[in-house]
Design a protein around this ligand. Structure first.
Ligand code: INI
Length: 155
């Protein structure tokens, strides 16, 4: 028997966790995620947008949200852009490890829509221009995974 998730967001409830830091990018990821959900039969009324100060704060809030029992999937959206100090490396490593930890500890999908970019241009490219939209992609994965997990849990 093959078990695979379908791309149908009908009736599913989503939480988008997004950072205000670099919001000129993260708001585009939010729009991309909502666009994906709506294009796959979901409803914007079933999407909660939860804003945190920076990407570092995303994993903790994603964990609390995933445990709340109110959602079928949590989608993490952030943008970490390299500056002149090693700060980028610390923040990007922690948010990545943090989301992976929360996903592994959760009963619902927690997806990773974090742009880590060396330049502002690279970030723009991944927020709805040349290289697609990481928010759209993370929402698509959340839809498939939510359906998959429901199927696995069904007797
Ligand atoms: N937060 C981001 O989301 N993106 C960044 O590029 C970034 N940089 O480069 O500093 C950033 N820093 C803030 C960090 O996420 C925390 O909010 C802060 O350290 C307080 O905990």
């Amino acid at each position: 028997m093959n078990i695979e998730g379908k791309l149908n967001a009908k009736g599913l409830k989503f939480a988008l966790i997004t950072s205000r830091f670099n919001d000129f990018i993260t708001e585009k990821l939010v729009n991309g995620a909502i666009d994906c959900i709506v294009r796959h039969n979901g409803s914007e009324d079933n999407v909660s947008i939860i804003r945190v100060p920076g990407s570092f704060e995303i994993p903790q809030v994603a964990g609390i949200t995933a445990k709340s029992g109110k959602y079928d999937a949590v989608i993490c959206l952030g943008a970490v852009i390299r500056g002149e100090t090693p700060h980028f490396d610390y923040v990007s490593a922690e948010v990545t490890k943090g989301i992976a930890r929360v996903a592994g500890d959760s009963k619902i999908p927690v997806t990773y829509g974090i742009i880590t970019a060396d330049t502002v241009e690279q970030a723009i490219d991944r927020a709805g221009t040349k290289m697609g939209n990481r928010g759209f992609d993370a929402a698509m994965t959340a839809i498939e995974m939510a359906d998959l997990i429901k199927k696995i849990n069904k007797k």
